[in-house]
Design a protein around this ligand. Structure first.
Ligand code: ATP
Ligand code: MG
Length: 429
């Protein structure tokens, strides 16, 4: 028996904003770190005042040093602040890898410095956004099998894993709609018995980073004295700590105006340049931030479809015999679904769209035949921030996972194209 199949698989969920890494079978990832790399570029731009012969050697060692002198995650952010030699790169944009060199460096440190494991000893489960091109899976396969020499690899679609997190009931339900709102991408993905219904996937151009930008803009417009160089980070922290979803925006404005003492929060910090303390108020942005998902026109005049409407359209475009099951199991995933009462608002607004359609159809039929009510159920859970990673952890601890992986031997025999498809396996249906 291959000893690497008796060791826990490594599970890595690479997100636009944060990467979650750990071992299969655990309830939580070992690390959640920003998906960012800081590389020391000064080696690459070495001075040229060298003799002809030493020039090649110097450039070669510069390349080697550049390969060694880099940091990832929070360490990368700290390095880039303290030294101008370090250049930051964000390998993933809107859910897709867009800088493979940087991605490889990122994985290298995840494996060797964070998990501290030998990649030759573990099978790997990686995740991808639902709209990923098959070529990207080939690149991932090449890096994993050739650079890291992994014995087995499976690339899973993020929303399928979020469903596999199976927190809907005691039994894991593999039919449902996943609403995954991360930092850089929002996808509404219907899944029937473990298979993604690709033609019905909807993506919207509003995600966690947009909420942060909106909070930052609102605080600036109100004239809060936030140090400019820190304002995005502060907006993100304010968003994560104080934002919530309201049920009615007009009522919420009134509530804030009547009892500001109850609703206005204070942010205290120190200015990075001078170290002087400052404080600012956090007001309407507390509920206006998350409102961008329900009234997107307040943030972006080019995109005006509220999230509940997009979910309804997604389900309506799925095969008719799956629709009831899809409405019944709408699963939230990703950090930007964590706002207080987010699931309640989504449930209420979506239920209204569905009920209004039933009423309209009953009226058309003249009251002779009545349509069956449709159960709408938006599922929320405290672990939804890491639902994708956790689902990966669950699936990668089943024996079927190892059989579904592509192995190093298969890669060597058939080439990287085998990584284009990753079979659905038991546990996913
Ligand atoms: N408690 C919270 N309330 C609101 N937003 C939060 C909370 N915690 C994290 N977030 C936001 O969630 C986002 C990160 O979520 P997540 O880790 O799911 O994204 P990602 O996987 O990096 O991105 P993507 O899936 O889009 O590629 C960030 O925008 C972060 O500010
Ligand atoms: Mg994600």
């Amino acid at each position: 028996m291959d000893p690497s199949t008796s060791r826990p698989a490594v599970v890595i969920d690479n997100g636009t904003g944060y990467t979650k890494i750990g071992f299969a079978g655990n309830v939580e990832p070992c690390f959640i770190l920003p998906t960012v790399v800081a590389a020391n570029e000064s080696f690459v731009n070495q001075p040229r005042a060298l003799t002809k012969n030493s020039n090649w050697l110097a450039q070669h060692s510069a390349g080697v040093m550049a390969d060694l002198d880099f940091f990832i995650g929070d360490e990368a952010l700290t390095r880039s602040k303290s030294s101008s030699n370090y250049n930051l790169t964000y390998p993933i944009q809107h859910g897709q890898v867009d800088n493979w060199d940087s991605m490889e460096r990122f994985w290298q440190q995840c494996i060797f410095n964070y998990l501290r494991c030998d990649p030759e000893d573990h099978y790997f489960l990686l995740t991808e956004s639902p709209m990923t091109a098959p070529e990207n899976r080939e690149y991932t396969g090449e890096i994993m099998f050739e650079t890291f020499n992994v014995p087995g690899l499976y690339i899973a679609v993020q929303p399928v894993l979020a469903l596999a997190a199976g927190y809907t009931a005691s039994k894991c339900e593999m039919t449902g709609v996943v609403v995954d709102i991360g930092d850089g991408a929002t996808h509404v993905v219907p899944v029937a018995e473990g298979y993604v219904i690709g033609s019905s996937i909807k993506s919207i151009p509003v995600s966690g980073k947009d909420v942060t930008l909106f909070v930052q803009q609102l605080m600036k417009e109100r004239g809060e004295h936030v140090p400019a160089e820190d304002s995005f980070e502060i907006a993100r922290k304010v968003k994560e700590m104080h934002c919530y979803t309201c049920s009615d925006i007009v009522k919420e404005f009134n509530k804030h105006d009547k009892e500001p003492g109850k609703y206005i929060k204070h942010w205290r910090g120190t200015k990075p340049k001078t170290g002087a303390p400052y404080s600012c108020d956090v007001g309407y942005e507390r509920f206006l931030g998350p409102e961008v998902f329900f009234s997107p026109e307040i943030y972006n005049s080019d995109f005006t479809s509220p999230l509940p409407e997009v979910i309804d359209k997604c389900i309506q475009s799925a095969p008719i015999d799956t629709r009831r099951a899809l409405y019944k199991n709408i699963v939230l995933s990703g950090g930007s679904t964590m706002f207080k009462d987010f699931h309640r608002r989504l449930q209420r607004d979506l239920k209204k769209i569905v009920d209004d359609r039933i009423l309209a159809s009953d009226a058309r039929l003249g009251g002779n035949v009545k349509a069956q009510p449709v159960e709408v159920n938006v599922v929320s859970n405290p672990i939804q921030r890491c639902a994708v990673w956790f689902g990966g952890s669950v699936l990668a601890s089943t024996p079927e996972f190892f059989a579904a992986c592509h192995t190093k031997a298969e890669y060597e025999e058939y080439g990287a194209s085998i990584c284009r498809t990753n079979p659905v396996f038991k546990g996913m249906y």
